[in-house]
Design a protein around this ligand. Structure first.
Ligand code: FAD
Length: 473
């Protein structure tokens, strides 16, 4: 038996490593068990690698369009392997940072797959470790629906797309038009790949404001990306066509759209239909850890049905699978388990999508408010009249704010524009702090910026009455 810890964390993703560091900062003896790389999905196969590739794709597109700015660069080309080398550099640098923090805070990193034996013991390989508390932060992996043909070579998930040298192709079919699907569509389209998105629901990004889905669909289609919605994939088969090497067969994706069977031939198929919790085999059935479809229910302090066993992040039942949610839950869980007040406000979670233009949302949409019987006023600003947008030749977009009709308190915001993912934080402060229309209107926004559109959306919500100064163009 090894030494006894006050907390053992299973999984070193943005949930697990933040929890371990927080607990160690509070002076507790902590160990983290990790079966793969420190940083979890987010750092190794998720947020960071995708955004590094998104950045490369954006730079490529900017260079291609710079003729209009009077800049001549000649022939532009890219090096796929070089992009993945840069991605690996970014990941390694950030991973080194986390490992450095583990050392600085004397957190023991135990490499291997952890199994919970009981509420005070974890087994890793041949060794058992004793602990006062356990935090499960084992995250998730790509879900594979039972569609015939998804085990064929050439059918991949986001894991294969992001790990190592990536997946190069000239034709890509993406099954699932959620966040991961549309981000990959943006990257691969910029690389000159022929991209098709097939989404079963009636719109892409189905959890967001309907107008976002409509606008993004239009933008993607205008760029040449094929988008099929309300379309169910029936099967994937090999074709006789070979791709890249003579041994590699092409793929044909068969799907039903508008009651007709359709087929798209492709080199690769990316399956991005959601994620499944990594909870298989983490504890013996005799422990009776309650789960629903592999997800773990928790109470307000993130304690599971078993005392002193906690759970956070992608594995939590009913949670939002985002890195910042896992990290915020980590802080609250650790504070709660050591008897301190939980500091993070988890009622107001921003979500960001790194397409071009970017999309970000927080709080309620007008439709959600209506479903809850809340009367609202909506204000909207179109980005085509925003000076910075015109300067940067950015695509169509908008800022939409939703206020409670009577109190004029900000309930939600959705942005579809350049820098939306940075601007959303100010509006999250507004929703979390229950700021009113006039409080938000009183803020002086610098000119020329994309954020001026927020002022215009407030003005629109109030029918123009609230602004003392005429707006600038
Ligand atoms: P994870 O990050 O999955 O970490 C869990 C860790 O536990 C893993 O390292 C795993 O190896 C380890 N583990 C599992 N079982 C065991 C075991 N038994 N013993 C020891 N270790 C174990 N979120 C955002 O907020 N923004 C984004 O831009 C974003 N982009 C994404 C893009 C993609 C392609 C993907 C797939 C996800 C993206 N996400 C994004 C989601 C984000 O990555 C996850 O929500 C986040 O990583 C969840 O954190 P976690 O700590 O719960 O789990």
């Amino acid at each position: 038996m090894g030494e006894r810890y006050e907390l053992i964390v299973l999984g070193a993703g943005p949930g697990g490593y933040v929890a371990a560091i927080k607990a160690a900062q509070m002076g507790h003896r902590v160990a983290v068990v990790e079966s793969r790389d420190v940083g979890g999905t987010c750092l190794n196969r998720g947020c960071i690698p995708t955004k590094t590739l998104v950045h490369a794709a954006e730079v490529l597109e900017e260079i291609r369009s710079c003729e209009k700015l009077g800049i001549h660069v000649g022939q532009v080309s890219y090096d796929f392997a070089g992009m993945h080398e840069r991605k690996a550099e970014v990941v390694e640098q950030l991973r080194g940072g986390i490992e450095g923090l583990f050392k600085a805070y004397k957190i023991d990193l135990i490499r291997g797959c952890g199994i919970i034996l009981d509420s005070n013991r974890i087994q890793v390989g041949d060794q058992a470790y004793e602990t006062d508390r356990i935090l499960i932060a084992t995250g998730s992996k790509p879900a594979m629906p039972p569609i015939p043909g998804l085990t064929l070579p050439g059918v991949v998930t986001s894991d294969e797309m992001l790990e190592g040298k990536g997946v190069y192709c000239k034709k890509l079919v993406i099954i699932g038009g959620g966040v991961i699907g549309v981000e990959f569509a943006t990257i691969y389209h910029a690389l000159g790949c022929e991209v098709t998105i097939i989404e079963a629901l009636d719109r892409i990004l189905p959890t967001l404001d309907r107008e976002v889905s409509q606008n993004l669909t239009m933008i993607l289609k205008k760029r040449g990306i094929k988008v099929y919605t309300g379309a169910r994939v029936d099967r994937v088969e090999h074709t006789d066509q070979s791709v890249q090497t003579a041994q590699e067969k092409g793929l044909a994706v068969y799907f039903m759209s508008k009651e007709k069977e359709q087929c798209v031939e492709t080199e690769r198929v990316l399956v991005s239909i959601g994620r499944r919790a990594n909870t298989e085999g983490i504890c013996p059935p005799s422990l009776n850890l309650q789960m629903q479809r592999g997800m773990i229910p928790v109470d307000d302090s993130f304690e599971t049905c078993i005392k002193v066993i906690y759970a956070i992040g992608d594995i939590v039942l009913g949670g939002i699978q985002l890195a910042h949610v896992a990290s915020a839950q980590a802080v609250n869980a650790v504070c709660s388990m050591f008897g301190e007040r939980a500091p993070m406000n988890l009622s107001c979670i921003p979500s960001c999508i790194y397409t071009n233009p970017e999309i970000a949302a927080v709080g309620m949409t007008a439709d959600e408010a209506k479903m809850r019987g809340i009367r609202t006023i909506t204000g909207k600003a179109i980005m085509s009249s925003n000076g910075k947008t015109v300067i940067e030749m950015a695509d169509r977009g908008f800022v939409k704010l939703v206020f409670e009709e009577e109190s004029k308190v900000l309930l939600g915001a959705v942005l579809m524009c350049s820098r939306a993912t940075d601007m959303i934080t100010g509006l999250s402060d507004g929703v979390a702090g229950k700021l009113t229309m006039s409080q938000l209107a009183a803020t002086v926004r610098p000119h020329p910026t994309f954020s001026e559109a927020i002022g215009e959306a407030i003005e629109d919500a109030d029918g123009g009455a609230i602004h003392a100064a005429p707006r600038r163009k």
